[in-house]
Design a protein around this ligand. Structure first.
Ligand code: MRU
Length: 355
């Protein structure tokens, strides 16, 4: 079993002819396996906004391929005009979702690639952009493997592990990586999978990935995390992240901070799995992280046969929350395991400078 390919699903890649981005439509899983081949700016934007592609690292990789594909379509032969169009496409893609830093970070990296080749003809910039996107993808998969190795040192055979949202191969995230690696090496874990309201990434994606990998797992509603912890069924909590501030405050799927508070109450370690592509040293604390607000329909009508609240009822639908660094037992990265104080431990491993 390869960590990046448990479901055989391809979260994001270039099409065989190199002119489009191919991704599995994660909104249709686990019932339907549908691949999308996207090449227009609107379709690429919509795929991110609607969470057809989702999970911080996958969004970053997808965006890198997307900006390359859009750059191929430019008719501009002169650098300045090409760059103006590049920036327009970049800003548009970047506007699709605000919280996962990988989106902006990988688009910024693609822009640096354009600028590094500014003295060359546009037709030379395009292969450089393609290579940069492929490098971003490869690096993300390498980080996934390295973080997973460190993560496996934090648990033992037979442990119960609670998960929130989906931080597995579909997200190109190492949150499930240690569990999948452990399975490969003969560990038997039991996973308690939070369904993760309102978009059910835990129910639809995490329990799917774990089941396909042969990992014993049980789906629970989010409000059942407390009882399984109290019953002594959970030895550790594993979550991914969308943006980690310099002080370790961590934005992740809504509900994560509640899990961390419960874990602290019950004395259970709470681990964040974080490739360095998700650290944002420009955010000093979690207060600097912008939280995405989404539509009321996701709470009131989506997944239901009939609306579950009156049309007039107001909804508050933040897609993420920030877990205070002090609630996090460790942040697991590809270079090692960081512990509090995170301002020092993250800086020691990664230098603290944002590119
Ligand atoms: O809204 P989503 O599904 O893109 O949110 C994803 C999460 O919050 C994941 O837990 C996170 O990205 C982990 S993947 C690094």
């Amino acid at each position: 079993m390869s960590l990046e390919n448990v479901t055989k699903a391809v979260p994001a890649r270039l099409s065989d002819d190199g002119t489009a981005v191919v991704c599995i439509d994660q909104t249709l899983l686990p019932n339907e396996t549908v691949y999308l081949t996207l090449s227009s700016a609107e379709d690429l934007w919509e795929a991110i906004y609607m969470l057809r592609v989702r999970g911080a690292p996958t969004i970053g990789v997808f965006a890198a391929y997307a900006i390359y594909v859009l750059s191929l379509q430019t008719k501009q032969a002169a650098f300045d005009a090409f760059y103006v169009e590049f920036k327009r496409n970049k800003d548009y893609l970047d506007s699709s979702r605000p919280t996962a830093v990988n989106l902006k970070k990988q688009l910024d990296r693609m822009e640096r690639c354009v600028l590094a080749h500014r003295e060359e003809p546009v037709e030379k910039i395009l292969p450089a952009l393609k290579q940069e996107a492929l490098d971003i993808h490869r690096e993300e998969l390498d980080m996934l493997a390295a973080v997973s190795e460190y993560g496996l040192t934090l648990v033992k055979d037979g442990d119960g592990i609670l998960t929130h949202c989906n931080a597995g191969p579909l997200a190109m995230s190492p949150g499930l990586g240690a569990i999948l690696l452990g399975k490969e090496r003969g560990y038997e874990f039991h996973c308690w999978v939070d369904e993760t309201r309102p978009l059910l990434q835990g129910a639809r994606l995490t329990s799917y990935e774990l089941t396909l990998a042969g990992v014993d797992c049980t789906l629970i509603c989010d409000n059942m995390a407390s009882i399984v912890m109290k019953e002594g069924k959970v030895n550790a909590c594993f979550v991914g992240c969308d943006r980690v501030a310099a002080n370790g405050d961590t934005a992740n799927k809504i509900g994560t901070s509640g899990v961390a508070i419960l874990a602290k109450h019950y004395g259970i370690p709470f681990y964040v799995f974080c490739p360095s592509s998700t650290i944002d040293f420009n955010c000093k604390t979690g207060a600097d992280i912008r939280i995405e607000q989404r539509k009321p329909e996701e709470i009131k009508t989506k997944f239901y046969e009939k609306p579950m609240a009156l049309d007039s009822v107001k909804c508050y639908n933040p897609a993420f929350d920030v877990t205070d660094g002090e609630l996090i037992t460790a942040i697991v990265t590809e270079k090692g395991i960081c512990r509090a104080p995170y301002t020092e431990s993250l800086k020691a491993l990664f230098g603290g400078d944002e590119k």
